[in-house]
Design a protein around this ligand. Sequence first.
Ligand code: NAD
Length: 519
Amino acid sequence: MEPTATSSPEAAATQAAAQAPESFEVRRPTDGSVIRSVPVDGPAEVRATVERVRAAQKEWERIGVRGRTQWLHRWRDWLLDHREEIADVVQEETGKVRGDAMLESIYLEVAINYWTKEGPRFIADEHPKPTLLIGRAKRLRVRYRPYPVVGIISPWNFPLILSAGDAIPALTAGAAVVIKPSEYTPLELMEVVRGWREIGAPDVLAVVNGMAETGGALVDEVDYLCFTGSDRTGRAVMKRAADTLTPVSLELGGKDPAVVLRDADLDRAANAVAFGGFINTGQVCMSIERVYVEEPVYEEFLGKLTAKVRGLKQGQDGRGYGCDLGAITSPEQIEIIERHVEDARAKGARILTGGRRGEGPGDWYEPTVIADADHSMQVMVDETFGPVVGVMKVADEEEAVRMANDTRYGLSASVFASPERAERVAERLEAGAVNVNDALINYFFLEVPMGGWKDSGIGWRHGATGIRKFCRTESIVTPRFRTTKDEPLWYPYTARRRRLLGRIYRAVNARGLRNRLGI
Ligand code: NAD
């Protein structure tokens, strides 16, 4: 019998559940072979996991930040002891080179130290002073209390930094955390969460695995959702969160520019763009994807950048640190990369180096520099998320700033020029973070907020906001002196009392003696 268009939502849900896969395969991007199969957690498993950690969260909050710090420090020590093994898993499922893989657990170690040191200050009670004189009879207190369960949905490019990395401030704040990693790269997160259990820490950190259905179920169950991924999925997550009025933070995509002006140190600019464009094989939300170079230094900069990029070594280096670039982690991403390069080629851009898939099995794309690019080309407007940098010639600083800001994204940016000029240009760029005569470095300073403008996101990680976002504020207003049976503001509303109150407020709010007295 043909299915009818009017089947009930329950029937549709049952049918979807019946069709949902029970497991998915995690592959090595370097050759496409299967590492292992991972069971999918359906909505029922997600609910059970959230309820389990929710039950343990009360005690986690109760032990206070000092108690939580002790567990986080033990976890840091476990991470330090298992650095090499973790990096092995990272490399296997992402295709990263060793230098990029090691960044993952190093970031977690740094983050644990940062949040356990600074976090308590950021979420300590605040005691604002009442502005009004008559308010001085009250004591004001603001408390930061954690959302009981925080959900984290993460992408495949930095599977630990963007999952456990966000869990650390949430745990420090006293929340329990459930993470859904990308279906391409769940194994390293599963490994570090195994470490959490191995040290005997409370049951407040868990992983659920799967694809969109699992992610959606997590949105339904948690009290706060921290998402990192594409802006397309970010919109879907925010829509779903609207059903339960669950607050979200969204760390989304980018198309980050670099501006290179005529008074820049061109060697430094070329080296920085090579690093910022190709680190992690270009699979970084904040990687430099487009460069605007002032006309007098355009060819010279291109020569230096191309020479640097031609010297980069791509391959698998195991524990050896012998390569600069690895494979492309997601097989879907390599299609996008190829499309952008071919579009630029067809529209007349010059491919100075790279421009092809790598040979052999697995997903490889050569580090690619594209000259004479412009905004009619996808490579200058849409997120490529691969080892490709487009370079465009601009007449002057004005055009450079205009083109850099001509984007729907606004994650980060770089500017290369003399120090004063670079600082001035930085202030005009529309992005959540700007690196002056540097690339990507802002991410390593946990003291400053990191987040996107425009379609690059909502909310910030790092800095005070990076932990406060996992908390609800509770304001407590308490009498400072012995209380009376009544207050002037309370009932009844007699004319005499209201007139008296009116005079008091006039005297407080007005400026100038005559105004204060109402004469
Ligand atoms: P993605 O949006 O495809 O997936 C991200 C996560 O969302 C995955 O875990 C996925 O399984 C899950 N998901 C997919 N559909 C869902 C749904 N309907 N409901 C709930 N969850 C769902 O992103 P990706 O391809 O894994 O990662 C690449 C993207 O992430 C790029 O756009 C990149 O710029 C962005 N990114 C942003 C930052 C940042 O901090 N701003 C950092 C890294 C990556």
